[in-house]
Design a protein around this ligand. Structure first.
Ligand code: PEP
Ligand code: MG
Length: 574
């Protein structure tokens, strides 16, 4: 077995040593896990129920299409129904579950791959095309299965398995939160894609944009993941293995040292208090928020509550979740961002997918076009506001009119609660995400109509530099230190200062300790980041004097080339 290295973009630090666990290579990546013999029959039943549910859905759609006289489309549905009725399609996966004691998703994919290989050999273009129908039916069933995960999906893979995937969606990555992997590797993705953000929140070393790791690495091969440098070493020699065991220990010691500053107040050398808040995706992240001593939640990405399920969470369910987060923060700030669905974060609220989803009907645009759905969330947040210091954050604003419409809907939700005599905080603060360049340029106008501003640098960079944050082929162009980005951040911080409104950064830049001094010098006093980044940023804060940093950042803001900016930041950090 020859040893070799591959390089990618590191998204979560640390070192892991373990065995590769490859996940399926098709359109929808699925996890493979082994069942106990006594779980097999309920797994087969789970698959049958999912297939039945899809059949019922298809029949419902067909009825609707016939009503609308869309015969052409109802023929498509007939094809899907026929595929579902085919014994080879519906019964074979059950035999696979029985024979291999594997999960339903895996069995279904295995059978689909078998079909695809058959279709690929067929010359006739028409029949060949039917392959896509099979894939679509499988996707429908997988969607239902994901909405109803089996008990056994909680089964741990043991803590030394390293997940290797070609690409996975944020919704699938969310599933991995339930598994104990030692590291996470993907071929695709940029460092601020939502898949990478979720990988980071798994608190394990992660590397994305590895290009062809999925093809080069074999199941069960021993690998070292160096999440600090973005290197994967496959089949390491004894010497390298020994060296990495030492590095792993040293890394552990570093982390332990950092934990000592957890309870120290986040203050600069010249006594300025700096707020270090946490970003969360699901309530389960709260442990990590506490473990790292966050001073509150600066961004609750609520869209993750809407993923991997068929029915959207109702008002009561959302209310309970928001209330529990607010309560557990005991009066500390909790910024709840309204649904930022769309682009790469798909939920069942997204009924259509556009050619350019990042520029399409996402976030506040989607909510304004679905006022019913938005009202449910607004009422749930308002009701929970009675139980803590909750603030509302609006994602992806691009105009003042959107902001005004949103405020109107918040007022309407308040009125409906008044009518029902339901209590809430009438003074709840409303903030806006600054992530569209048009809004950053006009930040002073938004600062006048909002209570606080939160800069979403992940999207701000994507939209300003015209670089898809999920596309690994352009990830080298994704540059937080581009002078235009620093200029837009500076404009926003100044606007906040002028109108006495809090400005925070909640994009990944806030959690990069190498940028902490620069941002402090630019006047930023509120940072919100993944909890695991808080202590390394705090370490920088404790060593900073904002007055001394000001001339540095002034000079950096006048610098034209990002390479020179990087050199200056390096000197500033010494
Ligand atoms: C951002 O865009 O910087 C941000 C924080 O939001 P998200 O990453 O969820 O798009
Ligand atoms: Mg964003």
């Amino acid at each position: 077995m020859s040893s070799f290295n591959i390089h990618g973009v590191p998204v979560s630090n640390g070192i892991a040593i373990g065995k590769a666990h490859l996940i399926s290579n098709a359109l929808l990546e699925v996890i493979h896990y082994q069942l106990d013999k006594n779980q097999v029959s309920s797994e087969i039943k789970r698959l049958s129920l999912a297939m039945n549910e899809v059949r019922k859905d298809l029949l419902k759609i067909k009825k609707q299409l016939q009503k609308d006289s869309s015969d052409e489309f109802s023929a498509f549905i007939d094809t899907h129904l026929m595929i579902l009725a085919d014994k080879n399609f519906s019964e074979k996966p059950k035999e696979i579950i029985n024979k291999d004691s594997c999960n339903a998703e895996w069995a279904l994919k295995k059978q689909m791959d078998f079909f695809i290989s058959k279709f690929d050999k067929i010359e006739d273009e028409y029949i060949k095309e039917r392959k896509n129908d099979v894939i679509q039916v499988v996707e429908r069933i997988l969607k239902v299965l994901l909405g109803h995960p089996s008990q056994s999906s909680q089964i741990s893979k043991g803590n030394s398995a390293i997940l290797v995937a070609h690409d996975i969606s944020p919704a699938d990555a969310l599933q991995f939160k339930k598994h104990q992997y030692a590291a996470f590797l993907t071929d695709m993705g940029g460092s601020t894609s939502h898949t990478a953000i979720l990988a980071r929140s798994l608190n394990i070393p992660s590397i994305v944009a590895l290009q062809n790791a999925r093809d080069l690495i074999k199941n069960n091969e021993q690998i070292i993941v160096d999440g600090n440098q973005g290197i994967v070493i496959i089949n390491p020699s004894k010497e390298i293995l020994k060296e990495y065991h030492v590095r792993q220990n040293l890394w552990g010691i570093e982390q332990q040292k950092l934990s000592k500053i957890k309870n120290i107040q986040s203050k600069t050398l010249n006594n300025e208090k700096i707020e270090l808040l946490a970003n969360i995706e699901v309530p389960g992240d709260m442990d990590s928020v506490k473990d790292n001593g966050a001073s509150g939640i600066g961004l609750f990405r609520t869209e993750f509550l809407f993923m991997n399920r068929k029915e959207l969470p109702n008002e009561e369910e959302q209310f309970k979740i928001y209330k529990s987060v607010a309560r557990s923060m005991k009066g500390k700030t909790v910024v709840i961002r309204t649904l930022d669905s769309g682009a790469d974060k798909l939920t069942s609220a997204d009924t259509t997918i556009s050619a350019n989803p990042a520029l399409g009907l996402r976030a506040i645009r989607l909510c304004l076009s679905e006022p019913q759905l938005f009202n449910i969330q607004l009422r749930a947040i308002l009701r929970a506001s009675k139980f803590g210091k909750i603030k509302i954050l609006i994602p992806m604003l691009s105009s003042l009119s959107e902001l005004r419409q949103t405020k109107l809907l918040i007022e309407r939700a308040k009125k409906s609660l008044n009518n029902q005599k339901i209590l809430y905080n009438n003074n709840i603060k409303i903030g806006g995400m600054i992530e569209v360049p048009a809004v950053a340029i006009n930040a002073d106008l938004f600062a006048q109509e909002l209570d606080f501003l939160s800069i979403g640098t992940n999207d701000l960079i994507q939209y300003t530099l015209a670089i898809d944050r999920t596309d690994d082929r352009v990830s080298h162009l994704y540059n937080p230190l581009h002078p235009a980005i620093l200029k837009l951040i500076n404009i926003t911080i100044k606007a906040g200062k002028k109108y006495n409104k809090e400005v925070s950064i909640c994009g990944e830049m806030a959690g990069d300790f190498k940028l902490t001094k620069l941002l402090l010098g630019m006047g930023l006093r509120h940072f919100s980041m993944h909890p695991s980044r808080i202590l390394s940023v705090k370490k920088q804060v404790l060593n900073s004097n904002t007055q001394k940093l000001l001339p540095w950042s002034t000079k950096i803001l006048k610098t034209k080339e990002s390479e020179n900016i990087e050199t200056l930041i390096h000197k500033m950090n010494q």
